[in-house]
Design a protein around this ligand. Structure first.
Ligand code: NAD
Ligand code: ZN
Ligand code: ZN
Length: 383
């Protein structure tokens, strides 16, 4: 079939909306008509190159070519066709994307860690996760890669069954789209990976689509102090609506205040969700945590960054721990429906996360707004 997609042909370029060809789904694959797609910062890392391995390493990593690439990994839509052997969804079902697949059988899925599924979403190679061949082409025949093997910045893509999760038909698909990455990642960073407990002091650094959900996750988990840090005033104002108790414009500004409000104990949990997590942010990032504190690293660092400014003496003597997380360490198949049921009951704010919606043709306007800090989340409505 022929459809439209926002692609990039390499780093440093704008999104380009073009016609593409999508093949029929093969075994274990489905075609999704995407209805809504969130403008997550992770797609932006492809443009800046922060998430692109340096070309001199491609051969060693077994990468032939990453470009051109259909963007988008946060999304929700309707199943338009199913390939042979597909059993968990049928044509017409409403589905959430899952940028991490969940095969259900690998050692990670079978031990409740679907976010680490061996089927891997990946973006570094072209080809489907099912059989490594391509289903998407430009009009001149050039094969297309897809971000996280989803490509939600297209009206339609062909994806693996393991990357779609059936959701209730009455839920607004833009709300479902947000849960598929930003909400789950932020909420899980606080509640699951950070294991926020009632009475904790929690600091969240970087209040975008991810950090705002770490704020609401910490609040729902019963944190005593939820301290939101962002240089942009609009983000700080919004954070108060989502459950923050205090806001500061920088970690430097927050440090003495956190000391004072905790009688010198500092935070129990620090969740790091800035747009780009540079290594030199770790000195204060870890310094804001007190004895026995946990620091959760959710924000993506430039891929080649290997140095960070952690005080290792304090890490050992104060018995702190630094934890990475993908997808907030949640299980997409269980937790996407769980978060949506909390939304249905009015416990989780989703509609309020959407600052502005865009058509696919307006995608570059939407990403500029993200860079300028104007949106909690911008969302593409495919129409
Ligand atoms: N680990 C995962 O599974 C996962 C999943 C999705 C996104 N991410 C990453 O999470 C990060 C956040 O994504 P997003 O979509 O929320 O981005 P965003 O651009 O919407 O928000 C980032 C926020 O960080 C703020 N910020 C930047 N530098 C800061 C600093 N030094 N101190 C305090 N605040 C700062 C910005 O003002 C902005 O409000 C990105 O790196 C993204 O790639 C990780
Ligand atoms: Zn994302
Ligand atoms: Zn698996």
């Amino acid at each position: 079939m022929r459809t439209r997609a926002a692609i990039i042909r390499g780093t440093g370029q704008d999104w380009e909306v073009v016609d593409i060809e999508v093949d029929d789904p093969k075994v274990g694959e489905v075609i999704v008509e995407w209805k809504a797609a969130g403008l997550c910062h992770s797609d932006e890392h492809m443009i800046t190159g922060d998430m692109v391995p340096p070309e001199e390493a491609w051969e060693m990593l077994g990468i032939d070519s990453m470009w051109p690439l259909i963007g988008g990994h946060e999304g929700a839509g309707v199943v338009a066709a199913v390939g042979p052997g597909v059993t968990s969804v049928a044509v017409g079902d409403h589905v959430s994307a899952s940028f991490v697949p969940s095969c259900g059988r690998c050692r990670y899925c079978s031990t409740g860690r679907q976010n680490l599924c061996d089927a891997g979403g990946g973006t570094f190679r072209k080809g489907m996760i099912t059989d490594e061949t391509s289903r998407h082409r430009l009009e001149d025949g050039t094969e297309l890669n897809m971000l996280a093997k989803l490509g939600t910045f297209a009206h339609h893509t062909c994806v693996a069954e393991s990357q779609v999760i059936k959701v209730d038909d009455d839920l607004p698909l833009e709300a479902v789209a947000l849960v598929s990455c930003g909400v789950a990642t932020g909420f899980g960073s606080a509640t699951e990976r950070g294991n926020v407990q009632p009475g904790d002091t929690v600091v969240v650094v970087g209040i975008g689509g991810i950090g705002m959900n770490a704020v609401q996750g910490a609040k729902i988990a019963g944190a005593r102090h939820v301290i939101a840090i962002d240089p942009i005033e609009f983000k700080r104002e919004q954070a108060m609506e989502f459950g923050a108790t205090h806001t500061f414009s920088s970690m430097e500004e927050a440090f003495p205040q956190v000391q004072e409000m905790t009688w010198g104990h500092m935070a129990d949990k620090v969740i790091l969700t800035p747009g780009v997590l540079y290594g030199d942010m770790m000195a204060l990032g870890t310094g804001l945590a007190g004895k026995g504190g946990t620091i959760v690293v959710t924000g993506v660092a430039p891929i080649t960054q290997t140095e960070s400014s952690v005080n290792l003496f304090e890490l050992a003597m104060w018995n702190k721990e630094i934890k990475g997380t993908i997808f907030g360490s949640l299980n997409p198949r269980a937790d996407i429906p769980r978060l949506l049921s909390m939304y249905r009951e009015g416990q989780l704010k989703l509609d309020e996360l959407i600052t502005k919606t865009y058509s696919l043709d307006e995608i570059n306007v939407g990403y500029q707004a993200m860079r300028d800090g104007e949106n909690i989340r911008g969302v593409i409505l495919h129409g």
